[in-house]
Design a protein around this ligand. Structure first.
Ligand code: ZN
Length: 410
C-alpha cells in the first residue's frame, strides 16, 4: 500500500470519529478537551492536569465535580501510555456524556490529528471543543474561476472538488445590428466603450469574490475566442489577482456549464488536485466496464471482496459516502456470521443455533476493505461524493468498485 493511501485512511478515520464527537453533550460543564502540541512534554501536561484536578474540588455541583475529577484522572492514566507526544500532537476528549433521560456514559477519545497542533489547550465545557480539528478537515485549496466573452460572464470557485457559481451576468454590449442613422465608426466606438465597461464589471466582481480569500491558489480564466486573453493581457484584474492567473482555457460556454468546462480543460494545470485523480479513476472504471465481459472492472461489495481475496484487484475504489459497517457475530458454539449493515441489530443472535452470542465485532466498511487490501497488497482510493463521477460510484455501483490486475470469472 502506498503512503498516500495510508494518509487518506488516517484522514477518513479521523473524519468519522469527528462526526461522532461533534454531537456529544454533557449534562453539566464536565466534558474535557485537551490539545497537546508535539513540543510539549507529557510530564508538563500531567502536572497541568494535576493542578486542574485540585482546582476542580471547588466545583459546587457534586455530580459535576465527581465527573470532572474522574475525567481528569482518566486522561492522566491514558497519557501515561505515551512516552512522547506524536509528531502532529495529541487531542484527548474525555467525559460523562448524556444518553438521554438520566443515562450517562463515560467516553474517551484519543486522536492524532492530520495536521500539527500548535498550542496547548485545556477546556472544560458542556460539549467538546472541536473547532480546531474541524478547521483541519476543511478543504484548504481553492481556485477562482472566470468564464467570459463579450456578452456574458460567470464567476465561480473551485474548492476541493466542488464547483460553486458565485455570479452570472450579461453585458450591455450591442451585438448585431446598429441602429439607423449611426455611423459605422460611431457604432464601433460605442461597442468598445460598452465592452470596456463590461470587462471592468467582471474585474470588480472577481475582486469582490476572490481578493480576501486566503485559500486562493490561483485563477483560471476561460471562454470562447480571444476575449479572455485580451482581458488578461490588458490587466483588467486587480493586480493581486492578476498575479494569480494560472492560464486561460477555451470553453464553449460562459455560464455555469462553462465553469465545469473550464475545470475540465484546466486538468493539466490542476493535475495535483484530487478531483482530477478521482475523475480519472472512475473514467477508467467506466472504460473497462464497456469492454467485453467487463474488462478489468468489478463492482458491488461482494464481488469486489471475492476478487480482492483472490488477489485480482489492483485498486479498490470506495465512496466516502458508504456509511456502512461490517459486522461479525460469533456464538458460544463458535458459529460465525458476517454481514454488512448500517448498524448492529439490536437483538443479535446466531443464525445456526440457539446458543447465546459470545461476541459482536463491528468495523467501518471502508476500514474493512482497507484491511483486506493491505493483506493482499492492493491499493485503495477513497472517492468523495463531490464530483459527478463520485456520485456515480455511490449511486450506480453501490459505492464499491475495483480496477483489476487480470480478469477472473466468478
Ligand atoms: Zn451458533
Amino acid at each position: 500500500m502506498g503512503e498516500d493511501s495510508s494518509i487518506d485512511r488516517a484522514r477518513y478515520d479521523f473524519k468519522k470519529a469527528m462526526q461522532e464527537i461533534v454531537n456529544l453533550r454533557g449534562r453539566g460543564t464536565e466534558l474535557i478537551s485537551v490539545y497537546v502540541p508535539a513540543s510539549k512534554q507529557i510530564s508538563d501536561v500531567t502536572s497541568y492536569l494535576r493542578n486542574e484536578y485540585s482546582q476542580s474540588t471547588n466545583i459546587k455541583s457534586k455530580t459535576t465535580r465527581k465527573n470532572v475529577m474522574s475525567a481528569i484522572e482518566s486522561i492522566m492514566a491514558r497519557l501515561k501510555t505515551f512516552n512522547k507526544v506524536p509528531e502532529n500532537g495529541l487531542v484527548v476528549f474525555c467525559g460523562e456524556i448524556s444518553m438521554g433521560g438520566d443515562q450517562t456514559r463515560m467516553v474517551q477519545y484519543v486522536l492524532e490529528p492530520p495536521e500539527p497542533i500548535t498550542t496547548f489547550i485545556y477546556r472544560c465545557d458542556s460539549q467538546f471543543f472541536v473547532e480546531p480539528l474541524l478547521d483541519m478537515l476543511r478543504e484548504k485549496k481553492s481556485y477562482g474561476l472566470i468564464v467570459m466573452d463579450r456578452s456574458e460572464a460567470s464567476i465561480g470557485i473551485l474548492t476541493g472538488k466542488k464547483i460553486t457559481l458565485i455570479k452570472n451576468f450579461d453585458s450591455q454590449v450591442p451585438r448585431k445590428h446598429r441602429q439607423g442613422g449611426q455611423s459605422a465608426q460611431r457604432f464601433e466606438r460605442l461597442i468598445e466603450i460598452a465592452a470596456h465597461e463590461f470587462f471592468k464589471k467582471i474585474a470588480d466582481n472577481a475582486e469582490e469574490a476572490f481578493l480576501n480569500r486566503d485559500d486562493l491558489q490561483g485563477i483560471l480564466i476561460g471562454g470562447p475566442g480571444a476575449t479572455k486573453d485580451y482581458f488578461v493581457k490588458e490587466g483588467y484584474l486587480h493586480h493581486e489577482l492578476q498575479k494569480k492567473v494560472i492560464d486561460t482555457f477555451d470553453t464553449g460556454y460562459t455560464d455555469e456549464y462553462g465553469l465545469k468546462e473550464l475545470v475540465n480543460n484546466a486538468a493539466g494545470a490542476l493535475q495535483d488536485m484530487d478531483i482530477m485523480r478521482e475523475r480519472e479513476l472512475i473514467q477508467r472504471l467506466l472504460t473497462e466496464i464497456r469492454k467485453e465481459r467487463g474488462g478489468l472492472s468489478a463492482y458491488g461489495e461482494e464481488q469486489v471482496r471475492q476478487l480482492l481475496v483472490a488477489g485480482a484487484v489492483d485498486t479498490v475504489l470506495l465512496s466516502e459516502g458508504l456509511n456502512l459497517k461490517r459486522i461479525k457475530i460469533t456464538c458460544s458454539n463458535g458459529h460465525v456470521q458476517e454481514f454488512t449493515a448500517r448498524k448492529v441489530p439490536s437483538k443479535a443472535q446466531c443464525d445456526q443455533c440457539d446458543s447465546p452470542v459470545e461476541s459482536v465485532e463491528e468495523i467501518d466498511l471502508v476500514d474493512h476493505f482497507y484491511d483486506l487490501a493491505e493483506t493482499v497488497g492492493s491499493k485503495v482510493e477513497l472517492i468523495s461524493e463531490d464530483s459527478e463521477e463520485g456520485e456515480m460510484l455511490i449511486q450506480a455501483f453501490g459505492g464499491v468498485a475495483a480496477l483489476l490486475r487480470f480478469q477472473v470469472m466468478i
